[in-house]
Design a protein around this ligand. Structure first.
Ligand code: PHB
Ligand code: FE
Length: 325
């Protein structure tokens, strides 16, 4: 589908990067900054912040709910169409009437975002990698890193390690990360009854996560109806400020993450949540959050992927929190 969507771009500028147009929005980059303009305003953000957020928005197909690149630029997923927003979730921009929203068919905005991500990522930079494990995003255009920016997140159909699933990680494909050298790599012994060899399976989740080569990129390791287990390894800062359209659960599996939790609509501060190994938290459906992981850590994100949830929450048929105390 995306192949047929047209991408509007100019010839490369002096730094080697094309400028992209999407509806009333224009995106351009120079050595250090990305400049976004729309009919009622404009905004500049650092290119590292922009590319790390853009990478996730593309690879996650606009994710659940809102993906804020920073306090001004955001996308909202309507699962088929996507809103591109400037200042929509920023009280000051809304008061000053500088905010702007346009809705696009998902394949159209995805095609432009993919083209921009590929064009604006030079050879030495991997937007999915921890800043300690990649080169710089800055400077004039020098080559490209198409293999890195076209990575998709791993998504198991049943559970990792069940026969037929391709999501297994080995020494050859995924060496143990430098920060997880002490993680025991034992595998559980499974003794299935004859006839159940294809149904009964188990794997070492810690060993699996210790081999992740990217950060802040949940992979789906198991699926039971709409229940998805999405573990991930984290280091430095979650590159998007995520406003979910449903409740999501976090289980901190190792080390710690500090979550900055804000009101989903205005960005007003609501809480700082420090999660240490073993802590479990539910993030409400009306907030947005950004995580800070001072050391590489392991996090399990548990999502309910039911397509009915956003509408149920919007109409008050489902609560914004899982439990009322
Ligand atoms: C989230 O927005 O909840 C989220 C996204 C990516 C992660 C962790 C959490 O790696
Ligand atoms: Fe989230």
């Amino acid at each position: 589908m995306t192949d047929t969507a047209t991408v509007q771009s100019t010839a490369p500028n002096a730094e080697g990067f094309r400028t992209y147009r999407l509806g009333g929005f224009t995106f351009s980059r120079d050595e250090f900054f990305v400049h976004v303009s729309w009919p009622t305003g404009s905004h500049t953000l650092s290119v590292d912040i922009f590319l790390r957020a853009l990478q996730r928005d593309v690879a996650w197909d606009f994710f659940y709910g809102t993906v804020n690149f920073d306090p001004v630029i955001a996308t909202v997923n309507h699962y088929g169409t996507v809103d591109l927003c400037a200042g929509r979730f920023n009280e000051s921009y809304r008061k000053a009437e500088l905010d702007h929203v346009e809705n696009f068919a998902s394949p159209e905005i995805l095609a432009t975002f993919k083209a921009m991500l590929d064009d604006w990522t030079s050879a030495e930079f991997d937007p999915f990698a921890s800043p300690s494990e990649t080169g710089k995003p800055f400077g004039v255009k020098t080559g490209s890193n198409t293999d890195a920016v076209t990575r998709r997140r791993v998504a198991a159909n049943r559970m990792v390690s069940v026969p037929g699933d391709e999501a297994v990680r080995t020494d050859a494909t995924h060496p143990i990360n430098r920060m997880f050298a002490d993680v025991v790599q034992d595998a559980p012994l499974v003794e299935a009854e004859p006839g159940f060899e294809n149904e009964v399976a188990a794997f070492n989740l810690y060993a699996y996560i210790s081999r992740s080569d990217v950060t802040w990129n949940p992979s789906v390791v198991s699926q039971c109806k709409a229940s998805l287990y999405c573990p991930t390894s984290e280091e430095y800062i979650l590159p998007v400020i995520h406003g979910n359209d449903r409740v999501e659960w976090f289980v901190q599996l190792s080390d710690h993450i500090v979550w900055d939790v804000q009101d989903g609509s205005s960005g007003a501060k609501r809480a700082t949540v420090t999660m240490r190994a073993g802590d479990v938290a539910a993030m409400p459906a009306d907030i947005r959050h950004q995580g800070y992981s001072p050391k590489r850590s392991m996090l399990l994100v548990w999502e309910n992927a039911s397509p009915d949830l956003p509408e149920m929450i919007r109409t008050g048929r489902a609560p914004t929190v899982p439990v009322k105390f």
